[in-house]
Design a protein around this ligand. Structure first.
Ligand SMILES: Nc1nc2c(ncn2[C@@H]2O[C@H](COP(=O)(O)OP(=O)(O)OP(=O)(O)O)[C@@H](O)[C@H]2O)c(=O)[nH]1
Ligand SMILES: [Mg+2]
Length: 309
């Protein structure tokens, strides 16, 4: 067997303010949508692992919640996840937007890098939004004055612009080492967690204001049922938890229309991810102040971990 002369591997955490585009960028780098994306801050609530396998390297990305002021117990847990993601990593990918100089939220995120010894690459994202690329230069200068970045790379997670340069820079900074997973490995999260996240994403897209922040999705039943044609149907029953009655009415919608829409859009994404047909039934339940309840948050947390099914 011929082996390439050098193979690198390691763990890379994506860090930055909410909405900077961390999850979009990780999905684009690995070529699969694993982490959910929305134009609302605090979309990502836990560490999402995504593995990128190249001939010369295997990179284990860890997408994290956006750095924010904790207001609820859920937020505190999210902040703990970010802290966890900064420890014992080989490289950090700090994601910011190329469209404006560092704002307060970016400064707060940079402050987290103060005691970090790991090299940090700055990915200046969303360059597709710049009509004139020269507009990025002052932004680059401002960022350069804030931290000793290992590299500063303009990218667009949306169009893929700059990703080859970014991939090469990441591989270059990682230590030599064997792959940690088989070549086709994508993530350690259970399928049922990824499905619950996709359901939550559709709610984030279809609802507004406080509803997205008040929603949690828990899979109650996950059963594989053989079909006559020899294929398998995955039967999924899930509960959407909201915090108040008014939110429940919004999520259900007129004559159940919103819930139907959420279910249909989620199914269209879950099926290709699982590569099989699913039957999806959604329920809505009021669980007052779940964001403050440690038992509920623990259950949510456990649901993202392999072996929890
Ligand atoms: N135009 C443009 N939009 C982008 C790009 N990357 C992300 N977005 C948009 O920015 C919004 C936030 O993207 P996410 O990937 O969810 O951001 P995030 O940093 O993971 O956000 P949190 O999980 O809330 O911290 C979404 O509406 C994305 O479609 C990009 O390169 N260009
Ligand atoms: Mg995210």
């Amino acid at each position: 067997m011929t082996q390439s002369p050098k193979h690198s591997s390691g763990l890379v955490s994506l860090i930055g303010r909410p909405n900077a585009g961390k999850s979009t960028l990780m999905n684009a780098l690995i070529g699969t949508k694993l982490a959910i994306v929305a134009d609302k801050p605090q979309t990502t609530r836990t560490i999402i692992q995504g593995v990128m396998t190249l001939p010369e390297a295997q990179v284990v990305f860890l997408d994290t919640p956006g750095i924010h002021e904790p207001k609820t117990l859920l937020h505190k847990r999210m902040i703990e996840k970010i802290r966890e993601a900064l420890e014992g990593r080989d490289l950090i990918l700090f994601v910011a937007e190329a469209t404006h100089p560092p704002a307060t939220a970016d400064e707060q995120a940079i402050a987290w890098l103060k005691d970090v010894r790991t090299p940090v690459i700055l990915a200046l994202n969303k360059i597709d939004l710049l009509e004139n690329k020269a507009a990025m230069l002052p932004v680059l200068e401002q960022y350069a004055s804030r931290y000793n970045w290992a590299e500063m790379i303009p990218v667009s997670g949306l169009t893929g612009d700059g990703l080859d340069v970014l991939r090469a820079a990441i591989v270059d900074k990682l230590p030599e080492g064997p792959p940690l997973y088989p070549p086709d490995y994508l993530t350690s999260h259970p399928e049922r967690f990824l499905a619950a996240e996709l359901i939550r994403e559709k709610i984030l897209h279809l609802t507004r204001e406080e509803v997205p922040h008040s929603v949690a999705v828990i899979i109650d039943t996950w059963a594989e049922e053989p079909r006559k044609d020899g294929s398998t149907l995955t039967k999924i029953l899930a509960t959407i938890h909201v915090e108040r009655d008014g939110q429940k009415s919004i999520v259900i919608g007129r004559k159940g229309s919103m819930l139907k829409q959420i279910g249909m859009e989620a199914r269209l994404e879950i099926e290709p991810l699982l590569e099989r047909k699913i039957y999806l039934e959604l329920f809505v339940r009021v669980t007052p102040d779940w964001r403050m309840k440690s038992q509920f948050l623990h259950e949510l947390d456990q649901s993202s971990i392999a072996g929890s099914e």
